[in-house]
Design a protein around this ligand. Structure first.
Ligand code: ZN
Length: 336
């Protein structure tokens, strides 16, 4: 694996590469023409190409979500395929400025060429409808990351919403994780029950990513990771994408950017800066933090990190370096 190359490229250019591990923007791609277009600036939503540019984003992970009750027990795969098609069309319409990346070679070329790199992911193993072969099909269609569950129980594992009696990874879930490791698909442990979370860390031979969650030590929400989980994730080599969703940020009224910065500081002080990444959850959240209303406001986050005393090298790693390093250990060098 040549994860070193990505590292060198950014160092040689002395450039900060910004990577966001999770957004739900794809559902906007289904809107009728005139209501939303990825390629122009919109009054709705949090992400489009002009605003990604202003935010300085170089890699955006785009998640397909298929877990609404109307798609289960069957229909999740069809929904996933429909959204994959919308994603492919929308990205294909502007190949001068954006490229879908499926391996390290494409990622490196895209980042060096100054285009936006787009990585396709799925949120919810419901998409597999219980068939391991479907994982391969989705891989062939470009999927390079998958969150095993949303909050519910599915064929792979229990989600965090199942409650205190929640179990862990199923036999099928273990098979899926092994196959994801082999194929070079990111294993996303967001939304998992604690037992599923630890099962995944133990079972995955590649670093595990939690693309969007915060520290429970700062905001005690069921979707955030407690200190034991953070330590285990760090020791496994994984990353946590700090999420901009107000309920994960503070339980106090009047959420602001400082509350979000508290999560970066808390994790950095206890577990180091090496596991910190970004996972905005833009277009999947109904409320935003004032000053971080959409992706174009990301420079405010950088300014906040400087104000909190992080040095430029730490900030470079937090904004994208850590996530890119982990991706370098997961994705294959070449191939489709
Ligand atoms: Zn989510």
């Amino acid at each position: 694996m040549n994860d070193g190359n990505l590292e060198c490229a950014s160092e040689n250019n002395a450039k900060i590469l910004i990577a966001d591990g999770h957004c739900d923007t794809i559902h906007l791609f289904c809107k009728p023409k005139g209501e939303y277009s990825f390629h122009v600036e919109n009054n709705t939503g949090h992400i489009d190409l002009p605003r990604l540019r202003r935010g300085g984003v170089n890699l955006q992970c785009f998640a397909v979500c298929c877990v609404e009750p109307r798609y289960t027990p069957c229909g999740a795969l069809r929904r996933t395929l429909v959204l994959f098609e919308h994603f492919a069309r929308e990205m294909g319409n502007n190949s001068n400025n954006v490229a879908v990346v499926k391996n390290l070679d494409e990622l490196e070329r895209t980042l060096n060429g100054g285009k936006l790199a787009a990585l396709l992911t799925v949120e919810g193993g419901e998409a597999l409808e219980g068939e391991l072969e479907v994982l391969h099909c989705l891989y062939h269609l470009g999927m390079r990351g998958m969150g095993l569950t949303w909050n519910h129980r599915n064929e792979l594992a229990d989600g965090v919403g199942v409650g205190s009696a929640a179990g862990g990874l199923t036999a099928f879930g273990r098979e899926v994780v092994s196959e994801m490791n082999k194929l070079g698909i990111m294993v996303d442990a967001s939304h998992l029950s604690p037992r599923s979370f630890y099962d995944v860390l133990e079972h995955s031979s590649s670093p595990v990513v939690v693309t969007h969650a915060n520290a429970a030590g700062v905001c005690n929400h069921r979707r955030n990771l407690d200190d034991s989980q953070l330590r285990a994730l760090r020791d496994q080599g994984g990353t946590i994408g700090i999420c901009f969703y107000p309920p994960f940020t503070t339980s106090a009224p009047g959420v602001n950017l400082d509350h979000l910065l508290d999560h970066f500081c808390y994790i950095a002080e206890r577990f180091g800066t090496g596991m910190l990444a970004l996972g905005s959850d833009f277009d999947g959240i109904q409320e935003t933090i004032p000053g971080l209303e959409d992706v174009s406001h990301l420079p405010a986050l950088t300014a906040g990190l400087i104000k909190r005393g992080f040095n430029m090298e730490e900030i470079r790693m937090i904004l994208g370096g850590n996530f890119l390093q982990v991706l370098g250990k997961i994705l294959k060098e070449q191939g489709t």
